[in-house]
Design a protein around this ligand. Structure first.
Ligand code: JHZ
Length: 391
C-alpha cells in the first residue's frame, strides 16, 4: 500500500528553464509516498516522461570534474570486474560514461534527441525511451548484453515493472545490470528533500531494489555506497540463475538501511517534519541577511534547486540571480520562480556576499575552485544536512 508522507506543493518541471517568462507554465503537485509492500519511495503522481525528456534537455553530465572522473573510474572498474564484450548504457546523456569504451562494444539509449545527437556520430545510439519494445528491437537480432549500465536514469522511469522485464530480456546469462542512483538513506539522513522532483520518480534503497528485482526473475547480488550526488548506491543485479553470489557488503548495507528505519513509514513522517523545519530555517536566515542588505545569489542552477525555490517560495526577493557553467542554462530563468541565470563570469564576483549552494553535492569541488571568493569574505550557505552558513 502506498502511503503519502511528504507534500512539496505546486512545482514546475525541474528542467523547464525558461527563455522568457511565460504565463502558462506547467505545474503539478509534488508529493512523495512510501510503498509498504516493496519499500519503494516514489513521487505519488509521476509526470508523463514525454513532457520531461525532450530535445531541449538541459542537464549535461560532463559539467563537473567530479562526475567526469567518477564515470571514468566506474567504467574502468566495470571493465576489470566483468570483462564485458557488449555493453549498453540507458540514459547516456552527453556520452560521459560511454566515451571510456571502444566504439564497437557500445549501444547507447538516450531519449532526449539533443543529447542523442551528441553521441550518435561515434556510438550506436537509439534516441528512444527504454522499454520492452526497444529491448526487442535491439536484442532480437543482436547478442545479449554482458553489461547494462545506467546512472541516474532507472529512478527516472515511472514504469519500473516494464523497465525490469526489458532488462531481463536483454541480459546475457551471466550479464550484469549496474545502476547508480541517489541513496534513500542519504536523503533521509541529510534532509536533502530536494532530491525529490518530477524526474526523480523513485529514490531507491538496496532494500527496495532487492525486493522489486525478485519479482522479475532478477536478483540484487552486490551493492556499494558511493559519494556521487551527495550519496548514491551502485547496485549490481543479475538474472535469477546467474553465477554471482550475494556479497557480505550487500547484506551489511541492507542491515544498516533497516537500522535507519527505511522499512518503516514512521521514519518518513519524521523526515517530513524535518523538511518543514528546513524550509522555515532557510527563510529565517535569508530574511536576516536581506535585512542587513546583503547580496545573495545561488550557485548552480540545479534541478534540485527547483524543488527548494518553489517549496520555500524563494524568488528574486532573495536571490539576485543564479550562476551556472552550463551554456544552455545561461540567459534563461529558473522554473517557477523565474530567477535569472548568468554565467559565473558574469555573476560570480566581489559584489556577492552570500552564495546558496544549489549544487551542494559538489561542495568540495566548488569550495576548492572558489578559494578567492572565500578569502575575500564571501560565504556559502547550504541547507544540507541543515541550514547554515559555511565557516
Ligand atoms: P547537478 C541532474 O540534477 C538531473 P541536478 C538528473 N535528473 C539527475 O538525476 C542528476 O542530475 C544526476 C552547475 N555547476 O549535477 C552545473 C556549476 O555551475 O547537481 C550543473 O548545472 N559550477 C539527470 O541539476 C549544476 O551546477 C560548478 O562548479 O540537480 C549541477 O547539477 C559545478 C560543479 C556545477 O544535478
Amino acid at each position: 500500500m502506498k502511503k503519502k508522507f511528504l507534500n512539496l506543493g505546486k512545482q514546475p518541471l525541474a528542467n523547464s528553464f525558461l527563455s522568457s517568462i511565460k504565463k502558462n507554465e506547467f505545474f503539478y503537485n509534488l508529493s512523495v509516498s512510501f510503498d509498504t509492500e516493496n519499500f519503494l519511495v516514489s513521487v505519488t503522481n509521476p509526470v508523463n516522461p514525454k513532457k520531461q525528456y525532450t530535445d531541449k534537455y538541459a542537464h549535461r553530465a560532463s559539467e563537473s570534474k567530479t562526475m567526469r572522473n567518477a564515470f571514468k573510474n566506474t567504467a574502468n572498474k566495470l571493465k576489470k570486474k566483468f570483462s564485458p564484450k557488449l555493453i549498453m548504457e540507458i540514459g547516456s546523456n552527453d556520452g560521459v560514461f560511454i566515451k571510456n569504451f571502444l566504439k564497437k562494444n557500445i549501444i547507447a539509449v538516450e531519449p532526449c534527441k539533443n543529447l542523442a545527437n551528441l553521441t550518435k556520430k561515434k556510438f550506436k545510439t537509439y534516441p528512444n525511451f527504454w522499454n520492452k519494445l526497444l529491448a526487442k528491437k535491439i536484442f532480437n537480432k543482436n547478442k545479449k548484453a554482458d553489461l547494462i549500465f545506467s546512472a541516474n536514469t532507472i529512478s527516472h522511469i515511472p514504469n519500473i515493472k516494464e523497465t525490469l522485464k526489458a532488462i531481463e530480456f536483454s541480459l546475457s546469462d551471466n550479464g550484469v545490470f549496474v545502476i547508480e542512483d541517489p541513496s534513500l538513506k542519504s536523503v533521509i539522513k541529510t534532509n536533502s528533500y530536494d532530491q525529490f522532483y518530477d524526474e526523480h520518480v523513485y529514490v531507491f534503497s538496496a532494500l527496495a531494489i532487492s525486493t522489486i528485482t525478485k519479482k522479475f526473475k532478477l536478483r540484487l547480488f552486490d551493492a556499494e555506497e558511493v559519494e556521487n550526488h551527495g550519496g548514491s548506491i551502485r547496485y549490481y543485479i543479475c538474472k535469477e540463475e546467474a553465477k554471482y553470489k550475494e556479497t557480505k557488503k550487500l547484506i551489511r548495507i541492507i542491515k544498516s538501511e533497516k537500522k535507519s528505519g527505511l522499512d518503516k513509514y514512521k521514519t518518513f513522517l519524521d523526515f517530513s517534519k524535518r523538511v518543514k523545519k528546513s524550509k522555515k530555517d532557510l527563510i529565517t536566515l535569508l530574511d536576516r541577511l536581506k535585512k542587513n542588505n546583503k547580496k545573495i545569489i545561488s550557485y548552480g542552477a540545479t534541478y534540485k534547486s527547483t524543488t527548494v525555490f518553489n517549496y520555500c517560495n524563494i524568488g528574486t526577493k532573495y536571490f539576485d540571480y543564479v550562476t551556472d557553467t552550463t551554456l544552455n542554462k545561461q540567459g534563461k530563468f529558473t522554473p517557477g520562480k523565474h530567477i535569472p541565470i548568468l554565467s559565473p563570469k558574469q555573476g560570480f564576483n566581489n559584489s556577492v556576499d552570500y552564495a546558496f549552494l544549489g549544487a551542494w553535492n559538489f561542495k568540495k569541488e566548488i569550495i576548492k575552485k572558489e578559494k578567492d571568493f572565500i578569502k575575500k569574505g564571501g560565504k556559502f550557505i547550504t541547507h544540507v544536512p541543515f541550514v547554515k552558513i559555511l565557516k
